[in-house]
Design a protein around this ligand. Structure first.
Ligand SMILES: Nc1nc2c(c(=O)[nH]1)N[C@H]1C(S)=C(S)[C@@H](COP(=O)(O)OP(=O)(O)OC[C@H]3O[C@@H](n4cnc5c(=O)[nH]c(N)nc54)[C@H](O)[C@@H]3O)O[C@H]1N2
Ligand SMILES: Nc1nc2c(c(=O)[nH]1)N[C@H]1C(S)=C(S)[C@@H](COP(=O)(O)OP(=O)(O)OC[C@H]3O[C@@H](n4cnc5c(=O)[nH]c(N)nc54)[C@H](O)[C@@H]3O)O[C@H]1N2
Ligand code: SF4
Ligand SMILES: [Mo]
Length: 648
């Protein structure tokens, strides 16, 4: 048969939400490419999704329901599994109340129909829910305080910037479709700046690179603000559109610029150079997500927001303080938000789950996440999961979490799924549709819940077809050229409810329409220092950053080998050589890793992949303590110190 071309949209937890073109021969996918007609995808995919077939058809793939019997997970029929789930859900609710049931959903798929899983537990309970957001909680909460919303100008407005500051952002790995936009801007004369303690490939794109001390962006931002105040380059209208300008000014004036530069670990000249760029706008600030995964993460983002505002860069084209694109804005929600009887804090999930009493969590249901590998303090998360009487995991892959389940429910992969996608890196909306059928033992997640709702007598749970549900989700924008038929006909459609300029009206949606500037300094935070042992390095800041071959714990390509790697400056580990097997020790755990040496890094940092299999000793989270951020219940993954020494 001649090969066919079929289109879908990537549903991964990634800002790009790419259009995918699959070549299909005899109902098998033979090639994957980026959609050349999608204005952001521009015909290419990232490494991890280009190689997705290795996961889709690989040994980790779950192709039929699994049930735990005699200690092992064994295949079962859907009827058996649905009967078992119906009985467990009903019995546990009757005996202990719905608070004994906890639904944990992460971002394994960003499809909007995934919210129907939440609706099920709201209607069946309401059950215990998770609060907080380990991904972007601190930054979003900061922007809600400052601006009343966390959203962005149109992506292509960057072409109007004189300067673009990549503040703690590595698009070459975690937002690859931003790179062509940056290159286009550069070709038009825009200057790019990177501010990141870690040296990475994006530095090659940039005209200047600052490698400040880890977690010291508050000091850096305040130093820049100080220079702007000292040199009379604050927007003269700032007092009109900002509240708390005097208090913010007092914060900036708490130290001279040279002292701020020293505290931030940069040269005074570099700090002044950054101030020049903010004064010589329009300057766009692209605020990365990594930096706010610190105990002071909320305050750091607030300081950056304030800097963008007082320098006059917030309201103008080519400016903006972009942290997030509101990907759900165009969609109609499925049902009202109900009050949960209890909440488990996501960054502290292990300890909260263990502490939950009266009733304890007896049944936990995991949707689209691998909390064991990806939440901080994996050892406590493992203990907490093991203590749950009945663990249900819906996933396409047999993850560390799924291996501990009593029931594993196989769901479609991103190439088999049917859903709707917004994006947190641009404003396009699109549909995902199966490019090949899912294996016969796999079921669409919505259909699993529809079957359960029927058995449990949940009369209000929607039993509509996927198409009807998509139309319902698009009902707000269907009359504005973004209905389902449009998405099908034209591919990705720009959201009609996203203005080209976020604050084009000159006001922000806070209660009084003014920017709320940070008005109090963040607290100094303590980070536990690992014990010193013979031959161990000085304490190093552990960066568990995104890597191109993996999506969190899902590795494409060959993936990690026998050991996770850790990269440091050679002077950080005198006497050790590249390739050595080393012990990486934090205050809460130890891992074995293969040493990489990289002279472009600071001597006080150590870098390892953000996610790897826990059971194989690859999970950075085995080293990371569970602490919440100052705002938004994020996880302070990056406030971690480790020491490195040779394995004896
Ligand atoms: N390849 C790949 N892409 C991904 C993902 C993935 O797992 N793999 N994950 C996706 C997800 S879930 C998300 S949320 C996003 C975000 O993924 P992240 O990797 O969290 O986000 P980035 O902001 O691109 O990268 C973090 C950058 O912030 C820097 N940083 C850390 N601490 C500081 C600091 O104190 N100061 C400054 N200035 N910089 C700091 C790090 O060195 C790093 O370069 O990416 C998505 N894209
Ligand atoms: N140390 C450290 N830890 C981190 C981070 C860090 O920077 N450092 N980053 C954090 C961030 S930003 C994030 S967002 C989290 C990510 O944490 P998780 O969301 O737990 O990440 P994944 O490992 O990608 O797990 C997602 C799972 O969803 C499955 N999946 C895919 N599609 C579907 C579907 O349609 N339905 C269902 N039911 N499952 C599906 C995938 O197969 C995968 O196993 O990790 C956080 N953890
Ligand atoms: S993971 Fe991100 S960059 Fe890769 S194909 Fe999906 S949306 Fe595009
Ligand atoms: Mo994330």
């Amino acid at each position: 048969m001649t090969p066919q071309t079929r289109r879908t949209t990537c549903n991964r937890d990634c800002p790009d939400a790419c259009g995918i073109v699959a070549t299909v021969e005899n109902e098998r996918i033979t090639a994957l490419a980026g959609d050349p007609e999608h204005p952001v995808t521009r015909g290419f995919l990232c490494f991890r999704t280009s190689r997705f077939l290795e996961l889709q058809d690989g040994p980790q793939r779950v192709r039929e329901p699994l049930v735990r019997r005699g200690g092992a997970l064994v295949p079962a029929s859907w009827d058996e599994v649905l009967d078992l789930l119906t009985e467990r859900l009903r019995t546990i609710r009757a005996e202990s109340g719905p608070a004994a049931i906890f639904h944990y959903r992460s971002g394994g798929s960003l499809g909007i129909l995934k919210h129907l899983t939440d609706l099920f537990f709201d209607q069946f309970g309401p059950c215990t829910e998770k609060v907080g957001d380990i991904c972007s909680g601190a930054g979003e909460a900061a922007q809600l305080l400052d601006f009343g919303v966390s959203d962005s100008n149109d992506l292509f407005d960057l072409l109007h910037s004189r300067h673009i500051v990549l503040w703690g952002k590595n698009p070459t790995v975690s937002n690859v479709h931003l790179v062509p936009v940056l290159k286009d801007a550069k070709a038009r004369g825009t200057e790019l700046v990177s501010i990141d303690p870690v040296h990475h490939k994006a530095a090659n794109l940039c005209d200047s690179v600052l490698q400040p001390a880890p977690g010291r962006d508050y000091e850096l931002a305040m130093g820049v603000a100080r220079v702007l105040f000292d040199t009379g380059r604050v927007d003269p209208r700032a007092a009109e559109f900002c509240d708390h300008l005097p208090e913010f000014r007092a914060l900036a004036e708490a130290r001279p610029a040279a002292a701020w530069a020293a505290a931030a670990g940069v040269e005074l000249a570099a700090l002044r150079g950054l101030a020049d760029r903010y004064a010589d706008g329009p300057t766009a600030t692209l605020i990365g997500w990594g930096m706010q995964r610190r105990q002071r993460g909320g305050a750091i983002v607030r300081a950056l927001d304030a800097l963008c505002a007082i320098s006059g860069n917030l309201f103008r084209s080519g400016g903006g303080a972009s942290f997030y694109f509101r990907r759900r804005k165009a969609f109609q929600a499925f049902g009202p938000k109900v009050q949960a009887p209890r909440a488990i804090r996501e960054p502290l999930l292990g300890q909260d789950l263990l502490a939950a009493q009266a009733p304890p969590v007896r049944l936990m249901w995991v949707t689209a996440g691998n909390p064991l590998a990806m939440l901080p303090d994996s050892a406590t998360v493992a203990k907490a999961l093991d203590a749950v009487e009945f663990l249900v995991v819906a996933d396409c892959l047999l993850t560390d979490t799924a291996k501990r389940a009593h029931v594993v429910l196989p769901v479609p992969t991103l190439l088999e799924d049917s859903d709707l996608l917004g994006s947190y890196g641009h404003h396009w909306l699109a549909e995902s549709r199966p490019v090949v059928a899912m294996p016969p033992g796999v079921r669409h997640e919505v259909q699993i819940f529809q079957a359960l709702a029927e058995r449990l007598g949940l009369a209000d749970y929607p039993q509509d077809s996927l198409d009807q549900l998509k139309r319902q989700a698009l009902s707000l924008v269907a009359g504005q050229g973004a209905g389902l038929d449009y998405l099908r006909k034209f591919g990705a459609v720009r959201s009609p409810v996203a203005d080209p300029l976020l604050f084009g009206s000159g006001r922000v949606p806070t209660p009084n329409g003014k920017v709320q500037l940070l008005d109090a300094p963040p607290e100094e935070v303590a980070v536990a220092v690992p014990p010193e042992r013979q031959g161990s390095s000085a304490p190093l800041w552990l960066f568990s950053n995104s890597t191109e071959k993996s999506q969190a714990s899902q590795w494409s390509g060959q993936g990690l080998g026998e050991r996770v790697w850790i990269a440091v400056h050679p002077d950080a580990v005198p006497g050790l050589a590249a390739g050595d097997v080393v012990l990486v020790e934090s205050a809460v755990g130890t891992l074995e890793a293969a040493l990489r040496l990289d002279a472009t890094q600071r001597v006080d940092v150590a870098i390892m992949p953000k996610g790897g299999h826990f059971d194989r000793g690859h999970a950075a989270n085995a080293l990371i303590a569970a602490r919440a951020t100052d705002l938004g219940l994020g996880a302070a993954y990056l406030d971690t110190l480790v020491r490195i020494r040779a394995r004896q």
